[in-house]
Design a binder for this molecule. Structure first.
Ligand code: FNR
Length: 362
């Protein structure tokens, strides 16, 4: 590709060329048949837009707030591990980009840069994503560290009692993550005789498969920060999360990297939003590649969206600048979509602006 990328898909192609195959496959891949991975984007394509005309859109405002923090747009950075696989600047570069774009970055537990390093690198609004390991004291220590470093919320990922089967990683003998935050807290030796994905071996030694709803109550008891749950796909679990006292729900299938054949997150968003009934804000991620996708998610009731892989592709191609370009592209596309759909503000985006496959059957 000679000319600069015009959209997020072109960033993906450039990242494919820039990265060693093992790392590109790790970022791009999903679980097993990658059915849900394809559906995550295709489900957006099955939703059509219904624009309104002759609305004054001479000024379009995409700014919003989330949990009381002002954002330039309802687009946040999803937690993804090991940014140094994409670029030597790692999570520090991503956080700087998020700060410049005035959005929230959710720093992954599996960050390749230390939480302290990310905190001191810029003044981005940051949330910390937590995996709960068998050794619970690690969660306590990391949550305390995040809190004292000015992180604003804990996002606990609940769809990973074990790692999903990612066949590209098995084939590539994917190396285990280097999680800087665990230095001095935990060291896991992987068995090089076993073959397969070392990442998977690492995960099975560490993740706590006994994690359950009572632990959300425990997590809330060890921090003053709001706790959000990431990985909800059913109305039942959304209700349980509210009962457990969470401050936000993230509708997510982990970018289709955990259980294959689950619904695309955008397809279950509306029913989860209905079950939540405004009790707490709802975010969605998975397959968002265009401003029109952001618009569709907002029309179906999300307060904001999170973006995973495209951020890493931007980082791989151009470091901090690449991440800024990816976020700005999405913001510009959202702004144009709103103008063309007759929505000068985010509040003007309604359910009537989209038609889902279910609507067409009625
Ligand atoms: C992830 N995701 C993820 N989620 C999480 O809670 N903790 C993590 O450490 C990671 N790590 C991670 C690494 C990579 C390479 C990817 C692609 C994804 C999932 C992530 O937060 C998000 O749910 C999805 O990436 C959203 O889908 P899209 O935007 O990538 O389609």
């Amino acid at each position: 590709m000679e000319s600069p990328p015009l959209n997020l898909r072109e960033f993906e192609e450039l990242a494919r060329r820039a990265l060693p195959k093992m790392f590109f496959d790790y970022i791009r891949g999903g679980a097993e048949d990658e059915f849900t991975l394809r559906q995550n984007t295709e489900a957006f394509q099955r939703i059509s837009l219904i624009p309104r005309v002759l609305v004054d859109v001479s000024s379009v405002n995409i700014s919003t707030s989330f949990l009381g923090y002002d954002l330039s747009a309802p687009i946040m950075v999803a937690p993804t591990g090991q940014h140094k696989f994409a670029h030597p600047g790692g999570e520090v570069s991503t956080a700087r980009a998020a700060a410049k774009c005035k959005t929230i970055m959710v720093l992954s537990f599996s960050s390749s840069c230390k939480i302290e390093e990310v905190a001191s690198s810029c003044n981005a609004i940051r949330f910390f994503q937590l995996y709960v390991y068998k050794r619970r004291e690690i969660a306590v220590k990391l949550v305390n560290r995040a809190e004292s470093l000015g992180f604003k919320a804990i996002v606990v990922t609940v769809d990973t009692p074990r790692l999903g089967r990612r066949e590209a990683d098995i084939r590539n003998k994917m190396i285990p993550p280097k999680i800087s935050n665990l230095e001095g807290l935990l060291s896991i030796d992987v068995d090089s005789q076993k073959g397969g994905s070392y990442l998977e071996q690492f995960a099975s030694e560490t993740f706590d498969p006994s994690l359950s709803w009572k632990d959300i109550v425990w997590l809330k008891s060890i921090t003053k920060l709001p706790v959000l749950v990431k990985g909800i796909l059913s109305t039942e679990d959304a209700r349980k999360a509210i009962e457990a006292g969470v401050s936000g729900i993230i509708v997510s299938n982990h970018g289709a990297r955990q259980l294959d054949y689950v619904s695309p997150s955008i397809s279950v968003l509306e029913e989860v939003v209905k079950a939540v009934g405004g009790a707490v804000p709802v975010l969605v991620d998975g397959g968002i590649r265009r401003g029109t996708d952001v618009f569709k998610a907002l029309a179906l009731g999300a307060n904001a969206v999170m973006v995973g892989r495209p951020i890493l592709y931007g980082l791989a191609v151009e470091g901090e600048q690449g991440v800024i370009k990816v976020i700005e592209m999405l913001k510009n596309e959202l702004e144009l979509t709103m103008a063309l759909a007759g929505c000068p503000t985010l509040k003007d985006i309604t359910r009537k602006h989209v038609q889902t496959p279910a609507d067409r059957l009625r």
